[in-house]
Write a protein that binds this ligand. Structure first.
Ligand code: KG4
Ligand code: ZN
Length: 340
């Protein structure tokens, strides 16, 4: 089953060809980082325009790299949501037009289910139920996923997503965009115990998250100790230490709540996916804790942590097996908020 995956939910235009949900024949991503960098965050209208410009060249490249013509595809899988509605519509309309013109079936994929598949690429089946932490710029949520792909929601953020906190804190510290990667690098040379930023565990045994408090704490810190400066300019703190202390507080909460979720749902496998799962400290902490507790840990390869179309094509295969193809292609609409 040859599936073309298309992803345009935020700021990456991506297409990929994947066979039977596991063999990656091509994987093309056109990043919009340079477009949004001057604004310090994703500008939805600019994202849509860039997707319009890039979607056809990206799909052509994916087909060329896979060395197949479009008529050999068995189906097209596309991200239906959640995401920026204008951005989603570009991928969705392209997929619908291709499906109509080529007379191919369409599969509508939830972006979060896509992220979940990123930790299992290369495998046709998921052997055991697992707890999944989806942690990205738009989402921070915990799920229990069964082997047939059925998902039970366990908890989510009540305000900011963890990736959003990374991006906003990077902006407060004048570190540029996208913030997560910069903080990750800086923190590697910092001391995580220098500053105590708040960790929101909420009510006892809660599997919900909250990251707006820590963002405010960093804003207050900058107000109190002055804007970031170089050591040569007489800085009163090391940026590396602020980055490491902030990161440690976020990672602590993410790790502890995921382990708690595994305990209460009685599973011994966990997966951590989404852009923030690329974070080096987060990966190391999960590896340590999982090893200590005898849990099996699934982490995506770094390339598949952030948005890509391979995960959409792979998830498309599962969705097709579970629910089949979209019946009324022309009625299919983008879903900006998709509670999952
Ligand atoms: O999954 P993704 O590409 O898009 C969404 O679905 O939101 O995630 C992007 C998010 C951004 O907030 C970015 O700062 C964060 O993932 N991110 C990281 C790292 N790499 C990307 N956060 C922490 N450490 C990283 N290495
Ligand atoms: Zn994503």
């Amino acid at each position: 089953m040859l599936i073309l995956g298309i992803e345009t939910s935020c700021d990456e235009t991506a297409a990929a060809v994947v066979e039977n949900g596991k063999d990656i024949l091509s994987d093309v991503i056109s990043s919009q980082i340079a477009v949004h960098m001057p604004y310090g965050g994703v500008v939805p209208e600019l994202a849509s325009r860039k997707h319009v410009e890039m979607i056809l060249p990206v799909i052509d490249e994916a087909l060329n790299k896979a060395d197949i013509s479009a008529d050999r595809l068995d189906a097209i899988a596309v991200t239906q949501g959640p995401g920026l509605v204008g951005a989603l519509l570009v991928g969705l309309c392209t997929a619908k037009a291709m499906a109509f013109a080529l007379d191919k079936p369409l599969i509508a994929v939830n972006h979060l289910e896509g992220h979940m598949h990123a930790a299992f690429l290369g495998r046709e089946t998921i052997a055991k139920p697992f707890v999944c932490l989806v942690v990205s710029g738009g989402h921070t949520a915990l799920y229990r996923v069964d082997t047939d792909g059925q998902v039970k929601f366990l908890g989510t953020t009540r305000d900011d997503a963890a990736g959003e906190a990374f991006d906003k804190v990077a902006k407060l510290l004048n570190l540029g965009y996208p913030g997560g990667v910069v903080i990750d690098k800086l923190a590697a040379n910092g001391n995580p115990t220098t500053f105590q930023f708040p960790k929101a565990y909420l009510e006892k045994d809660s599997l919900d998250f909250s990251f707006s408090g820590i963002k405010t704490a960093v804003a207050n810190f900058v107000r109190r100790f002055g804007p970031p400066a170089n050591a040569s300019e007489g800085a009163s703190y090391r940026l590396e230490d602020v980055a490491a202390s902030f990161q440690e507080a976020v990672v602590d909460v993410l790790v502890n709540k995921t382990i708690l979720a595994a305990k209460v749902t009685g599973v011994d496998e966990i997966a951590v996916v989404g852009g923030v799962s690329a974070n080096q400290r987060l990966r190391r902490r999960f590896e340590e804790e999982a090893g200590y507790l005898g849990l099996t840990l699934h982490l995506p390869a770094l390339r598949y942590c952030t948005d890509n179309a391979v995960m959409i094509a792979a998830a498309g295969y599962t969705v097709w097996k579970r629910t089949g193809f979209v019946q009324d292609i022309m009625d299919l609409d983008a879903v900006s908020r998709w509670f999952y």
